[in-house]
Design a protein around this ligand. Sequence first.
Ligand SMILES: [Fe+2]
Ligand SMILES: [Fe+2]
Length: 184
Amino acid sequence: MKPTEILMEEHELILVMLDVIGAVCDGMEKTGKADDARITQIIDFIRSFADGCHHAKEEKVLFPALEAAGIPREGGPIGVMLSEHVMGRNFVMNMDKALNGLRKGSADASTGFIKNARGYVELLTEHIHKENNVLFVMADQKLSPEEQKRIGDDFERIEREETGEGVHEKYHTLLHELRDAYLK
Ligand SMILES: [Fe+2]
Ligand SMILES: [Fe+2]
């Protein structure tokens, strides 16, 4: 599999989680209640899988390879993607703060959570669309087969050394659970 195909498969998983987040927000708006345990799992998934594993592959391996292949970081798609990763982290930090507020019974925590969660969904949906349709198309054109092989090996190394054995599977299982709970 090409490195961009690996990342696009991960995008599909992240998109399912974005639908789950949308459904969680709908539920909170309807019932006024929040499921602390589920929200904790969602934030963990985003931090460990979407940001920790997926964005690590992009930021540490694919983007540097694209820069080396002549796609500029500043003023180009790589710079935009990196700044969107940062914006995503801020949304998640604020979702986590709002969750703490919910635990303390803070009156506006629910609104704060929904606002940031919906902002995150909107940002990441667009972000994934741009990567799939613009940046990854450029990557497929610019990177030689040897370079793509090297990138694939580096992705495996990140999975092994940084993400950890069995972690990917754990998040697949969690995603299925959440999908069954919210999207059926
Ligand atoms: Fe990205
Ligand atoms: Fe991505």
